[in-house]
Each structure stands twice: as C-alpha cells, then as structure tokens.
Design a binder for this molecule. Structure first.
Ligand code: G1P
Ligand code: ZN
Length: 543
C-alpha cells in the first residue's frame, strides 16, 4: 500500500465552530477540500500518530466517500485504530458514547445536524475530544490555525473498505473496526432506564409514534423501541436513513414534523409521540392533544428523573441555556439543587457535566441531555419520558397539567427573523443596549421592567468569561423578553426574540401559548421598535 504526500496550500476562511465546519456539500466535494480539512484536524491536535478515533455520521449524502478518505488519511498519519459505525452510520450521541467507552483520542462526526442533506444541501465535519464532547474553542482555534499553514496532506492509496461488514480489518498498519452503530448505545440506555417497565407499558396497549425523519435515529429507534421494548411494528415512522432525508428538513419541531403533530392532536391519535433530528441529538415530545415545549420538557424531566434507575440518587444540579424558559429553575428550587444559566450552545454544559455539578441540561431549541454522554441526546430524552410515563401511569396531558399546578406555567414562544441585513440587526441590538439603563421601572403591556441587562457568563469551573450573550429584559412576575442574534445562520443575520410569560393562577394554566405571550409581543415593539428597525412585521418562524 503506497503512502502519498500530496502538496497543498492553506485553505481560506474555514473556521470550525463547536458544531464543526458546516458548508454546502459541493464545497466539501471539491478536490482536496475534505482532505485539507482532515489534515488540519490532525495537525491541530498534535498529529494522529499512535492515536485511536471513532468515525461516523448521520447517513447524509457524501458520508460514505468522506469516511473512506478519513480512514486512508488516518492510516497514512500513523493512527493505530479507527472505530467506524457500520455503513458509516453513528448518531452524534452514540459517537460521544463510543469515544468515552472505548477511551479513544476523540472522534470525527460527519453531519450538518438538522440541515437538509444532498449534493445541493449541507454537509459538516466535527471533531470531538476524548471526553466525548465537541472540541472546545482552544482546539477549534488550533485546527483553524492549521488550515492557514497547511502545506501537504498524507493519504494511502488503496481500495475502498467495505463498510457494511462488521469486524476488524487492517488498513496498512492501522486497525479498522466496524461496529454495530446501535449496540453500545442501546446497552447504555438499558443501564439507565427500566426497560421492563417500559415494555410493560407497551404491552398494556400504550401507543406511540416516533418520527425518525429519514435520518440517523431510524435504526436506533427501531432496535430499541420495536426490538428491545416490544412496541408494535410501525411505531417508528420514516425509519430508513436516506442521503437526502427524503427531501425534508430533519428538524423535530412543529413546522418540519407537522404530520406527526397533526396526528397526535387528533382524539384518536397515539398516546405519545416524538421525533429527532438528522444526527439524533435533538428531540420533540408530544402527548395526545399536547405539545411539550423543550423548556417544559426539561422541567418535567428534572422533576421526575428520580423515578428512573439511572437517576435514582437524584440530580446534582441542572443547567439551561439563558433563553430557555425558567420552568426548570422552579423545579431546582423545590428540589434544593443548583441551577445554572449558561450562554446558548451545548459546549457551555461540558464543564458542569465533567465536574459533576449538573446532571441534566437543556436548551429551548429541542436539546436535552445528561451526564451519560457529552452531547445532547434525542432518543435518551424520549426513553426518559417513556420511563416516567411507565412509572407514573399518567397520560402526558395529565402529567403536564399536574406539573403546571405545582410549579406554575412558563408560556413560551420564540420568534425568528431570518436573513435580516446585518447592519439592521446590529442596529436593533445597539438600540437595545443603549436603553438598558433606562428600562427598569417602566411599564409595558407585559408589566413593569424589573431588570434589563446584556447576559455575560462566568464559567464556575474554569473561570472563563463569555460576554455579549443576549439581551434580557425581566418583568415583575418573572415574565421575560430575550433578544439574541443567532450564531448559526448562514444568510445575513437571524434575530431571535424569546417570549416568556409566567402564569401562577391555577385557573389560567390551559390557555394557548400564542394568547399568553401577546403582551410580550406588543412590549417587544414598544421597547425595540423591531418592525421599524429591521423592516419586518412578523417573524419568519415561530416555535
Ligand atoms: C442554535 C440554537 C442553540 C443550539 C445551536 C446548535 O443556535 O439556538 O440552542 O445550541 O443552534 O444546535 P443559534 O442559531 O441560536 O445561535
Ligand atoms: Zn443535531
């Protein structure tokens, strides 16, 4: 087998974030592009020599080719072992688990999460460190620096490996181990949850639909729900991963998973429904006649996790991203545990999880997880819900009503204004910044402002400070408006406005969220003159 050293040049502007490098698939398919970036990963982490890695992705278009390239390059750079999910498949949480369980030097995850896939859609590559979590900024900075100084890459010339056959083979000196992508993950789930109780729930006639959206959770959900837990065949919908996700957006929210939401809202709908995204880290939870917001889901899971084997010792603490509603805060208060408010992005939970300060964490954007891996985990959230439903024996709607009676309800909505001209979005934020000092004490439809600030976070573990993390306007009674610019948009700026209305009156807990947040919407306009400044009268997406 011949080892080749290919001369190349630095690549421009390829700065990976904590969700890796995301681009149009065609950019990744350009000659040498993927190779250049993979070599930059090796260079950024001090070489691949003597190291072991996990490699896999969400099944999207070009993953099969990309895995072959990564294997050849790992072999050429002296890696000793690469563990690959069969067919190149690994969900993001399953990859995180394998990295931890097999104590590898990290892993490469190929995905663009919930973005569409295909030759004209998106692709992505992300490096995770030995703790199983996305590489922190110092590592992504080193990878980025490596892209700017690149002079060559190393690759071996060889036939493609057959990724469909389980087992161990050699690529030159390197061992390639093709593993069942589901087995280790399912074993972890069996450790955490009471599979007997959940099986008994299904055996009693409880009905469920899980929409895998033609993405990576199909094989996981089919194996676990229909296989190990005995749910009837057909419980998993759209369970075959397709390179283009069947042409859809594999994003589990009421917009992209509308057929599932419509089904569960009918009187004859299933008892429980859920969906996950492209790479399996996000989740959406529904019960017959009720959509559970991700913020509420986090709160309910925190309040009930102790009934589940993996969390029977109670929770060390909980963490939520700043824009996530304060529903979980009240649960933490009742449980007497710490509650952390972190900037948006899963990376901010890593230190708290590693230090054992937080057990559960979540974001309003459909991400929920725990210290079992270092990524958010869609199917884990679904199984935690199922285990709680099995133990309590209550329908989701009843469980939610009881939760709100006990803790109050945080009505919640997020309005996204997409592809806003960058200077207009900045003008909006600057205008808000200038007003912060004048807002407390002023009255709006939402009530009297108690505090207004720009969120900054001091990491309690490593002491690092993150500034400029969104503008918070808090009203008496706990209602809140948050303004942020998205860090993940690709065209112009995305302005996100988060609206939260706290209701403690037991007679007013069953309104629609749209009605409940109306006073917040008029207050947004009064405070920020949003429609004038960004020239939009209604959001592009409302979730
Ligand atoms: C969005 C979500 C955030 C999530 C991130 C990555 O980021 O809001 O919660 O962690 O995607 O999945 P944003 O575009 O708001 O910066
Ligand atoms: Zn994802």
């Amino acid at each position: 087998m011949e080892k080749l050293r290919i001369d190349t040049k630095p690549i421009e502007g390829q700065k990976p974030g904590t969700s890796g490098l995301r681009k149009k698939t065609r950019e990744f398919m350009q000659p040498h592009f993927l190779e250049n970036f993979v070599q930059s990963i090796w260079n950024g982490i001090g070489g691949a020599e003597g190291k072991s890695f996990v490699v896999g992705g969400d099944g999207r278009y070009f993953i099969d080719r990309a895995v072959q390239v990564i294997l050849r390059m790992a072999a050429a750079s002296g890696a000793v072992r690469v563990i690959v999910g069969q067919g190149g498949i690994l969900s993001t949480p399953a990859a995180s688990n394998l990295i931890r369980k097999r104590a590898t030097d990290g892993g490469i995850i190929l995905s663009a999460s919930h973005n569409p896939g295909g030759p004209d859609e998106d692709f992505g590559i992300k490096f995770n460190t030995p703790n199983g979590g996305p590489a922190a900024e110092d590592v992504t900075d080193r990878i980025f620096n490596a892209t700017t100084t690149l002079s060559h890459y190393d690759i071996v010339e060889t036939q493609d490996l057959d990724l469909s056959v389980l087992g161990v083979s050699q690529l030159g000196e390197m061992v390639v181990e093709i593993v069942d992508p589901v087995a280790d993950y399912a074993a972890l789930m069996e450790e955490l949850f009471d599979f007997e109780a959940i099986s008994a729930l299904f055996a009693s006639g409880f009905t469920m639909r899980f929409d895998a959206m033609h993405a990576v959770t199909g094989p996981y959900a089919t194996d676990i729900l229909e296989g190990r837990l005995g749910a009837p065949k057909g419980t998993v919908m759209n369970g075959t991963p397709l390179p283009d996700f069947g042409g859809g957006h594999p994003d589990p929210n009421p917009i992209w998973a509308k057929p599932l939401v419509d089904m569960v809202m009918r009187n004859d709908g299933p008892d429980f429904a859920a969906a996950s995204d492209g790479d399996g880290d996000r989740n959406m939870i529904l019960g017959r006649g009720v959509y559970v917001t991700p913020s509420d889901s986090l709160a309910v899971l925190a309040a009930n996790a102790h009934v589940v084997p993996g969390y029977k010792g109670g929770l060390a603490g909980v963490a939520r991203s700043m824009p996530t509603s304060g529903a979980v805060d009240r649960v933490a208060e009742a449980l007497g545990i710490e509650c952390f408010e972190t900037p948006t992005g899963w990376k901010f939970f890593g230190n708290l999880l590693d230090a054992g300060r937080a057990t559960l964490c979540g974001e309003e954007s459909a991400g929920t997880g725990s210290d079992h891996v270092r990524e958010k985990d869609g199917l884990w959230a679904v199984l935690l819900w199922l285990n709680i439903l099995a133990v309590t024996g209550k329908p989701v709607k009843t469980l939610m009503a009881a939760h709100w009676q006990r803790f109050g309800r945080n009505y919640y909505a997020r309005h996204d204004y997409e592809a806003v001209e960058t200077d207009k979005a900045n003008a909006l934020m600057d205008g808000l910044r200038r007003q912060l000092g004048t807002l407390p004490g002023r009255h709006f439809d939402a009530g009297t402002v108690s505090t207004a600030d720009e969120f900054a976070y001091d990491d309690p573990i490593d002491g690092s400070r993150s500034e400029g993390q969104g503008i918070r306007i808090l009203f008496e009674g706990g209602h809140r408006i948050v303004f942020r610019l998205s860090g993940t948009g690709t065209v112009g700026a995305t302005v996100r406005v988060y609206l939260e209305f706290v209701e403690n009156d037991p007679a007013k807990l069953e309104r629609s969220a749209e009605d409940a947040v109306l006073p917040m919407i008029t207050s947004v306009e009064a405070i920020a003159q949003l429609s004038t400044i960004i020239g939009r009268t209604s959001p592009d997406v409302s979730t």
